[in-house]
Design a protein around this ligand. Structure first.
Ligand code: GLA
Length: 740
């Protein structure tokens, strides 16, 4: 091996590694520690990840306790026993990679520390930097890899190498009683939890949709280290891949005490040609450890996400009405105007005009035309967008608009002008989806990127009153072909990178815009997407009962402020269930509240009830949107109820939710113990969205946090008793707790 260039850069001082003879290095957050093995001339390893302990004695303690190191970034070719994180075909066809540590660098950044372990191949000029970044206060660590075709020595790269596999990072898991919770789903059933013990073999979660990477599966997992997952106790690691494209998360449990977890870009059909001198940077994998169970990890991710990853994580979201389920494509000036007036009268703050407003020659009358022609349909909107924005202003609400800028229809002026802008495999007949005509634009093409930028730029600069955009994406990458790219196998990666740089440009020019990401519902709930967005549409399924399940799973990694949750009509349009309006409000109030309904069809009583619900929501909005989540009773536990609460960071206030999930005569439901309160404070309880003629026994009474956490309060009656109304089979409660 070449002369070692091993350096520790600590507090700005560069110190030769050999002088320190340092073989391990630690990265701490407030409550966790990651210990890496960095022996010069050997592959980097991971020795420990868990609750924090004194890094000065970490190496000695771990050695004495018999802990073994596992490869931090296993490479393919010289050890058939490990699942590789990286696999390269060298320029001469050699398929092996032999990484050895040559340098370790540490430095501070605003939120914690960064650590970079540089390894070089023992023969070939390939360098890999494994990067780690701690977020101290949020107990999150990010890791990613930078793969360089070249090195710092005099040996020049002989040519292009091929990255066959380029994962972001790995974590060893000590086998025993480990359980994993992954999330699978489909349109209308996103985020369904699957909880299983980690058994021998390979378990994989992957997405190859190309566009909507969280519709059928999610790029996040919970790993419970102490047996079956619990919400408030037990050691749990949560891991989230920050990538909007195709991904793969894998568990490999073989003939070792240590199983491995790997996550990164899905390597299927995605070999990446790296030219001499080029660097490939993988997306980051974020992980967090908590010994406060699943909810503990969720709280860490929520705090981290709000502070560091999502847009405007510290700004309250507005209560809105979206036009989709109210009018679908039947947009018109009178309909929009009436909806704006109605949402304003109920206390809403924003109106969003959904699909159906655009197109000229191929106006959007049905879902088979117009995508790409982002100017108002003059038949439906004779006075254009400006008139609508002004009307919104006169009603006292903001105005938002729906676009699906990555897509086109074969029936569009855009496609007529630029048939080469769509994803298309040469010599194949185009593959259409929605409406029989929809196609995906090729975001890897800079001309398409410019067009997509101009869609937002034109709409917003022509109509500065537009403050909100719903950015949709309703199609899979069906045809795997780009007429722009040289290497077709780069498509899935370059599509997302092209979208990222377009979103960068949009955000540079319009930093204050609120933008929702939607992809046929919850298809873009991912920490790789949210840096440009303020929230995501959780699901096209607006049924309140099923939303409890979908939002429960989504809350594992995403905070309520990011989860758009709307009150809709009954019978529900997706599952045809009829729930009570109170139940629908009480569920929607646990996320970012909105409405998705035709107010013209509501009775005065319903409008009044929603006005009250919106007013009540505004009272708890800061708690819901910025507070800490405590999931109390899971809808998956079959106890007939689900319950959760949000507690303000200073523990002065909390919002408690209780939803009955089934109605069988003589059912007995558990009394729910609260969590996260200050045991020594007194909390006064008041019911929000109250509907019953008599108040609950706890109304206006005070209890110590200790009592509420040890005992809880009785939710009674479980069947609402409403003046002048028949009894209903739906029941729910929202309680506000305020410290005295
Ligand atoms: C997708 C979205 C819906 C709606 C429609 C409009 O399905 O998920 O909310 O915006 O598109 O076509």
């Amino acid at each position: 091996m070449d002369k070692l260039t091993c350096l520790i850069v600590a507090a700005g001082i560069m110190v030769p590694c050999s002088a320190l003879s340092q073989t391990t290095v630690s990265l701490d957050t407030d409550n966790t520690t990651l210990v890496l093995e960095t022996v010069s001339g050997k592959a980097p390893g991971i020795l420990y990840y868990g609750s924090s302990f004194d890094s000065a004695v970490a190496a000695a303690t771990l050695a004495s306790a018999g802990f073994k190191s596992s490869p931090a970034y296993p490479a393919f070719g010289l050890s058939g026993e490990v699942e590789p994180a990286v696999s390269i075909t060298q320029a001469d066809g050699n398929r092996t990679l032999d990484l050895r540590v040559i340098a370790v660098e540490e430095s501070d950044w605003e939120g914690g520390r960064t650590l970079v372990i540089t390894s070089r191949d023992s023969y070939y000029p390939v360098t890999v930097r494994n990067c780690f970044r701690s977020f101290s206060r949020e107990d999150v660590i990010e890791t990613w890899a930078e793969i360089v075709n070249g090195n710092t020595s005099s040996r020049k790269s002989p040519g292009t190498i091929v990255l066959n596999r380029y994962m972001s990072g790995t974590l060893p898991l000590r086998v025993g009683n480990v359980w994993t919770t992954t999330q699978y789903g489909s349109w209308g059933d996103e985020s369904r939890l699957v909880c299983e013990p980690l058994t021998r073999g390979i378990r994989m979660v992957k997405n190859v949709d190309g566009v909507r990477n969280s519709q059928t599966s999610r790029g996040e997992v919970m790993i419970s280290l102490d047996g079956k997952p619990r919400e408030d106790s037990g050691r749990v690691i949560g891991a989230a891949l920050e990538w909007g494209g195709n991904y793969q998360l894998e568990f490999r449990c073989a003939n070792s005490d240590y199983a491995s977890f790997l996550a990164g870009v899905c390597p299927d059909n995605a070999e990446y040609y790296l030219e001499a001198g080029e660097t490939f940077r993988t997306p980051a994998l974020a992980y967090s450890f908590s010994d406060e169970g699943l909810s503990g990890v969720s709280r860490n991710f929520h705090r981290w996400g709000r502070k560091w990853r999502m847009r405007h994580g510290d700004v309250e979201r507005k209560v809105l009405l979206n036009s989709w389920e109210g009018v679908y494509l039947d947009v018109s000036e009178p309909a929009m105007d009436n909806m704006m007036a109605d949402i304003a009268s109920m206390g809403g703050e924003l109106f969003v005009m959904d699909d159906g407003w655009f197109g000229g020659k191929y106006a959007r009358k049905k879902d088979n035309s117009g995508l790409g022609d982002w100017f108002p349909d003059r038949e439906k909107l004779p006075h254009g967008l400006g008139w609508l924005v002004r009307q919104a202003g006169s009603h006292g609400v903001d105005f938002g608009i729906w676009i699906e800028p990555e897509m086109t229809n074969s029936l569009s002026e855009l496609y007529e002008a630029h048939p080469d802008w769509v994803l298309h495999a040469a010599n194949r007949t185009p593959v259409y989806t929605r409406g029989g005509t929809q196609l995906v634009l090729d975001m890897s093409n800079p001309a398409v990127q410019d067009f997509v930028f101009s869609v937002v730029d034109n709409i917003v600069s022509d109509n500065p009153g537009i403050t909100y955009i719903k950015w949709d994406a309703n199609m899979t990458m069906m045809e795997y072909g780009s007429l722009y790219l040289k290497h077709q196998s780069h498509l899935a990666v370059e599509y997302w990178r092209g979208l990222e740089s377009t979103l960068d440009r949009i955000r540079a020019k319009y930093p204050d815009l609120t933008i929702q990401t939607c992809a046929s519902g919850g298809g873009r709930a991912n920490w790789g997407v949210l840096p440009w967005f303020d929230e995501f549409w959780v699901s096209d399924n607006t049924d309140a009962l099923q939303r409890i399940f979908i939002q429960w799973g989504s809350s594992y990694f995403f905070p309520a402020i990011a989860m758009a949750s709307h009150i809709s009509v009954v019978p529900n349009h997706q599952v045809h269930r009829t729930t009570s309006l109170k139940f629908r409000c009480d569920v929607a109030m646990s996320g970012r509240l909105g409405m998705e309904i035709q107010p013209a069809d509501m009775t005065q009583w319903e409008k009044d009830f929603c006005r009250g619900a919106i007013a009540d929501y505004k009272r708890i909005r800061p708690i819901v949107q910025f507070g800490d989540i405590y999931r109390l009773v899971s809808p998956y536990d079959g106890l007939g109820v689900a319950s959760l609460m949000y507690v303000a960071q200073d523990k002065s206030r909390a919002a408690f939710y209780w939803w009955r999930l089934e109605n069988l005569y003589d059912s007995r439901y558990p009394r729910v113990r609260m969590r996260g309160l200050d045991p020594d404070r007194q909390y006064r309880v008041s019911e929000l969205n109250r509907i019953d003629k008599r108040p609950m026994a706890c109304e206006g009474k005070s209890f110590s946090g200790r009592f509420l956490m040890e005992n809880g309060i009785e939710i009674a009656p479980v069947v609402h008793d409403v003046e002048g109304m028949p009894k209903s089979d739906w029941a729910s409660r929202v309680l506000l707790l305020e410290s005295e």
